[in-house]
Write a protein that binds this ligand. Structure first.
Ligand SMILES: [Zn+2]
Ligand SMILES: [Zn+2]
Length: 310
């Protein structure tokens, strides 16, 4: 029997999600991008808004610039005018950002964390939306998606970024009180990989560890975290414990798919996509949000962000 470490060296099967999360999976990254989407540009403004240590912010912005998600520019004369702006690659994450916002809207108690409304300018309503297949216009749920590995199978050549055995840090990034559940889960690579896998069907712990080439200690820790967040549950099946997603986690599925889609568009570095996602209608899945009120497909130029009244 191989132990966790040697499994990791063997290289897990490549997935679109993991390729994308190499760039995004850090407790701070989604929070920084969220601020950038809201119009924050200056280093000091990011620091104030996120209450993030200077050096941490500096490292993360450097990482995002290197990945061409953000870029440095001078907004006026003089070195004091240096700021950080999102690139097209960042703006293309819009569906993932809406998914985070919609998740927090749908989960009472956490709506205040994002103290702004997204309004659909087309119909004037505060955004309510479902992620739908652009081929058949039907909502995309985990039960209606089939994931196929493309041939020849690709394995992950680079090791994962160093994983913390425990990832308490990603729960508390931002601040202790704000409980940014969505960003906190997105910020942790194994949490996402486990959720993505469980959306494909229930599994027991060792099967998860094997499928993802993750050490059992890391899998155990993340399963506990996902249970604490109420996203998965544990059931006894004979002498084994199996894990499956809770209905409440379904709101996360568009977020994971939007990130996987983004990974296919930006992170394959010339290689073919490692997987093909098919919708129940038979079409390769291409999802977008549709407004609940008017049925139109959402795009960035039809949405407005406004501070929440009161
Ligand atoms: Zn479809
Ligand atoms: Zn609308």
């Amino acid at each position: 029997m191989t132990d966790g470490d040697s499994l990791q060296n063997a290289g897990p099967p490549a997935t679109s999600l993991r390729r994308a999360l190499r760039v995004l999976a850090d407790p701070w990254t989604m929070l920084i991008l969220k601020e950038a989407f809201n119009g924050t540009r200056r280093f000091s403004a990011f620091q104030r808004a996120l209450n993030i240590p200077k050096q941490t912010l500096s490292l993360r912005l450097t990482h995002l610039c290197r990945e061409q998600v953000m870029y440095r520019r001078f907004s006026g004369p003089g070195p004091g005018s240096l700021d950080y702006a999102p690139t097209a690659k960042a703006l293309d994450l819009q569906d993932a950002m809406y998914a985070v916002w919609l998740w927090h809207q749908a989960n009472p108690g956490s709506a205040d964390i994002l103290p702004f409304d997204i309004v659909h300018a087309g119909c004037g309503h505060v955004l309510g939306a479902q992620w739908c297949c652009t081929a058949c216009a039907q909502p995309v749920t985990s039960a209606t998606v089939e994931i196929q590995r493309t041939q020849p199978e690709q394995t992950e050549s680079e090791p994962r970024p160093r994983l913390a055995r425990r990832n308490d840090g990603s729960v508390t990034a931002g601040s202790d009180k704000d409980g940014l559940v969505a960003a906190s889960v997105v910020g942790d690579l194994p949490c996402n990989e486990i959720l993505y896998l469980l959306f494909q069907g229930p599994r027991h712990m060792l099967a998860i560890a094997q499928d993802l080439a993750l050490g059992p200690g890391i899998v155990r820790d993340r399963l506990d975290k996902l249970m604490t967040l109420g996203l998965i549950r544990e059931d006894a099946q004979g002498r084994r414990l199996i894990y499956s997603v809770e209905p409440r986690a379904e709101g996360f599925y568009p977020l994971l798919l939007a990130i996987a889609d983004w990974g296919d568009r930006w992170c394959n570095a010339g290689a073919p996509p490692p997987e093909l996602r098919l919708h129940a209608c038979g079409a390769p899945l291409r999802g977008r949000y549709r407004c609940d009120h008017c049925g139109d497909w959402l795009s960035r130029d039809t949405l407005r962000i406004r501070p929440r009244a009161g």
